[in-house]
Write a protein that binds this ligand. Structure first.
Ligand code: CA
Length: 350
């Protein structure tokens, strides 16, 4: 018994020594591959959290990320996850990506207001965080030394207001009841979402700054959660109560298309020769939105450039993964807030 116990103790010691050596060798190997190579030999992995695949604009960003990652001189592997609009699900996906040891976290937060939790986990794991599209508070971005890539939230709304003012000046007959006031409705994506709030308020304030007098027939914005079907049913209700409506702003093209479907059902906006027509102005310039403009059903949209967004994400996240300065060697400049890069919008009309 005694001899056996001693042997077992010796074997345990040998095993411990072997394990210690293995750990030391493994650590050295990690330092060698991660520290000096700059990632040029074995590439980098992006862990990409998407708030919802089923979003038309975000789909264009995803496609652009895939395109520019494939073209990059640095080999990039993408591990992309669909949050399905569920923050709890996205939190779990973040944990898995961290466990896999991705080189950078590219985050399109489901709920930008809950992004502090995501940032904290990135800091704890020592992985850089690049946020895009859904904007966390500046303090959240700073807390993880991250960066945000987005648009200037007010810009799309300002352009919508300008588009309506231009149309109104060129087309006096748009004032259907000839009272000198624009009877209008505005469809909001979601309450509290910074893009939705800014588009909703700036579209109106810019139109007013350009000299239009506005009357919201509904009294307040209609919330349709960015979705075509919700906008359609709400627009049907608006038309039933306010047949004097003369213009519609929508925070995105998906909702604008719902508004147009409701208008079509009562003979409005059926095409270029439609006798009854009101300007509907969206945002995103999705394929379906552009089709509606080209077929004379929608007046205008504002292009949110998904391709340019994807290109910027790949360039900046590659630098983050390689531990370079975020904007090193790129065409991008930091915005005034010091933590973001802004991709410009552009107006698109008939
Ligand atoms: Ca009027």
């Amino acid at each position: 018994m005694k001899v056996k116990a001693t042997t077992a103790r010796r074997m345990t010691r040998l095993l411990t020594l072997a394990l210690t050596l293995a750990v030391l060798i493994g650590t050295a190997a990690c330092v060698n591959s991660g520290g000096g190579s700059g990632g040029s030999s074995d590439g980098v992995t992006f862990g990409v959290l998407i708030y919802k695949y089923d979003d038309t604009y975000i789909s264009t960003v995803r496609a652009a990320i895939e395109k520019y990652a494939a073209e990059s001189p640095t080999a990039i592997a993408l591990d992309m996850q669909d949050g399905q609009g569920d923050q709890a699900k996205q939190n779990d996906q973040l944990d898995v990506l961290i466990q896999k040891g991705v080189d950078v976290l590219v985050i399109n937060a489901v709920d930008a207001g809950s992004a502090q939790g995501l940032a904290d986990k990135a800091v704890e794991a020592g992985i850089p965080a690049v946020f895009f599209n859904r904007e966390p508070a500046k303090s959240v971005i700073e807390s993880c030394s991250g960066i945000f890539i987005g648009t200037t939230a007010s810009e799309a709304g300002v352009m919508q207001g300008d588009l309506l003012a231009d149309l109104w000046e060129k087309n006096p007959d748009y004032d259907r009841n000839e009272d000198g006031i624009v009877q209008f409705a505005v469809f909001k994506g979601e309450p509290g979402n910074p893009e939705a709030e800014a588009r909703t308020s700036y579209a109106q304030s810019q139109a007013e700054a350009r000299g239009l007098r506005l009357d919201n027939v509904n009294g307040e914005p209609l919330v349709a959660n960015w979705m075509t079907d919700q906008a359609q049913s709400q627009m049907e209700a608006v038309l039933a109560a306010h047949d004097d409506i003369e213009a519609v702003f929508a925070n995105n093209d998906d909702m604008a298309l719902g508004v147009i479907a409701a208008l079509n059902s009562i003979g409005f906006n059926t095409g270029p020769d439609s006798e009854q027509w009101i300007p509907v102005i969206g945002v995103d310039a999705t394929d379906a939105g552009l089709e509606a403009i080209n077929t004379g059903k929608m007046a205008a949209t504002v292009k949110q450039d998904g391709d340019a967004m994807g290109k910027a994400i790949v360039a900046i996240a590659t630098n983050a993964a390689l531990k370079n300065e975020y904007l090193q060697g790129t065409e991008y400049k930091l915005a005034e807030d010091g933590v973001s890069v802004r991709i410009p919008y552009a107006p698109v009309q008939q």
